[in-house]
Design a protein around this ligand. Structure first.
Ligand code: NAP
Length: 279
């Protein structure tokens, strides 16, 4: 039976510490401020945005929401980003992805001031991550590092396999594990004999977006399994990329979905907003 890593508990502990940091900043006359921009009416995006606003309220971070209609033009969104870049009470800007087709996500990310880029998606911040000189840590991978640290299992020298190579999760995740001195392999949809690679992993991190894809035969006995996926099963119920029922008895540690990586992502966004404000 695996130890189930409780993302909600780790998150609550970190948020408690962060609340103290926010209070200390406020005592110096600085109230951290986050602007959240949502374009269109994607229900999943709406849930994420609401959770981010709730986390801000919990920590005493000032937040503003800009809800724009699905037919907003690229120029209109870029103009809003420009306004937010100049707004003194806003230290972090988050544009919820995905954006409607008529808007280039890359152009919008590039327009956000790197000092306010609390998602750490701007190429300047990606560069900082690459060389290990962090301004902001990418939220989901940073949350995963905190989850692994919470177990007390050292990452140094471990065989780590990351499945998925997105710019948001897989690639920065691999880089953070490398900075922790793990030996890192990245897999993707063209990887040959994926199971033979994942079975090597002491720490297996899965971010592919395919419900219950990783089964027990793909996991080494006693491995740590981190499930980033947010998928729906055949009954429409929220689940991860890992088949929890079959993998949990074989793994040493495992994150559940929900209640694993998800809460950590938002907590790390709060951390980046506090970091931006304290600068
Ligand atoms: P993405 O941009 O769609 O990337 C998926 C990656 O998985 C790609 O690199 C793809 O390979 C790879 N892949 C797909 N099918 C595969 C297969 N059969 N075998 C091996 N690799 C495969 O996804 P993402 O944005 O990284 O998100 C991944 C999952 O994490 C989603 O479920 C998302 O909802 C979830 N997520 C959760 C959080 C959170 O806070 N919990 C945050 C972000 C994302 P190719 O590059 O070769 O196509």
């Amino acid at each position: 039976m695996a130890v189930v890593i409780d993302g909600k508990a780790v998150s609550a502990k970190l948020r408690q510490e962060m609340k103290g940091e926010v209070d200390a900043l406020k005592a110096r006359g600085i109230c951290p401020g986050l602007a959240v921009v949502i374009v269109g009416d994607d229900p999943a995006s709406r849930v994420y945005v609401n959770n981010k606003k709730k986390a801000c309220a919990e920590l005493g971070i000032y937040s503003e929401e800009y809800a724009l209609s699905g037919d907003t033009t690229e120029e209109e969104l870029l103009a809003l980003v420009d306004t937010l870049n100049r707004k003194e009470d806003i230290h972090g800007i988050l544009v919820q992805l995905p954006l409607p087709r008529q808007i280039s996500e890359q152009k919008v990310i590039a327009a956000i001031s790197p000092e306010k880029d609390v998602d750490a998606f701007h190429t300047q911040n990606v560069g900082h991550i690459m060389i290990g000189d962090y301004r902001f840590l990418p939220c989901t991978p940073a949350g995963i590092i905190e989850l692994i640290k919470s177990t007390g299992v050292p990452m140094e020298g471990k065989e780590c396999v990351v499945v998925g190579r997105s710019n948001i999760v897989g690639k920065p995740m691999a880089m953070l594990m490398l900075h922790q001195n793990a030996t890192v392999t990245i897999c993707h949809s063209r990887t040959r004999d994926l199971a033979s690679v994942t079975r090597r992993a002491d720490i297996l991190i899965v971010a592919i977006g395919k419900a219950k894809f990783v089964t027990a035969d793909m996991v080494k006995e006693g491995a740590m399994v981190i499930d980033v996926g947010m998928d729906r099963d055949e009954n429409g119920k929220l689940c991860g990329d890992v088949d929890f029922a079959s993998v949990e008895p074989k793994a040493g540690y495992i994150t559940p979905v929900p209640g694993g990586v998800g809460p950590m992502t938002i907590t790390m966004l709060m951390r980046n907003t506090i970091t931006a404000a304290s600068r």
